[in-house]
Ligand binder design. Structure first.
Ligand SMILES: [Fe+2]
Length: 181
């Protein structure tokens, strides 16, 4: 098994924790309690930047290799790549309403919640599908030589890398996630 798939799994865990933080803030908004907008903004920024720029492209690389091994996986791989693009678009749409809210542009609370919940559902559904259906399939199809080839072409972020990214760029998120608030 490759190092990359292990890193991707660890990154899913990390991303899921960030999604939980976003959900907790949405729950506060829905309950009429003041949310931590700084944390929400940090978490949304992290989600729109990290997975789109680093996580999904590395997954796509693994999926492409699987498609090269067996053409029968072609439609699954195409669907996954499309899903990554859809998640990127949903994330940016959510980020836009969060930014507007923070900048006091009038935003319906219901619109913020709807965008946020839609985004959470899409991300969680996608991650669950990869963890339960796609990653096991990848591990079955790819052999050690495939993994060596993949691991030699990417530098993984992994959990340590992610922590470093949040520490340097997403201070509020880092402090809450890593208990330094
Ligand atoms: Fe994915």
């Amino acid at each position: 098994m490759g190092n990359l798939i292990r890193d991707l799994r660890a990154e899913h865990t990390y991303m899921s924790e960030v999604l939980d933080l976003i959900e907790a803030q949405l729950d506060r908004i829905e309950a009429g309690e003041p949310p931590d907008y700084e944390l929400l903004q940090d978490a949304v920024y992290f989600m729109t930047e990290y997975p789109d720029l680093f996580h999904h492209p590395r997954e796509n690389l693994v999926y492409r290799r699987m498609m090269q091994r067996h053409r029968k996986h072609r439609s699954s791989v195409r669907a996954l790549e499309k899903d990554h693009a859809r998640l990127g678009a949903l994330g940016l749409a959510f980020r836009e309403v969060v930014e507007d809210t923070v900048e006091d542009v009038p935003v319906e609370r219901s619109a913020l919640l709807a965008r946020g919940r839609e985004y959470l559902d899409a991300q969680r559904g996608h991650i669950a599908d990869e963890e339960t259906r796609i990653f096991p399939m990848v591990e079955e199809v790819l052999n050690d030589a495939d993994w060596r080839a993949i691991d030699s072409t990417v530098s993984g972020a992994g959990p340590v890398g992610l922590r470093e990214i949040t520490r340097s760029r997403f201070r509020t998120l880092h402090d809450v996630l890593h208990g330094e608030a």
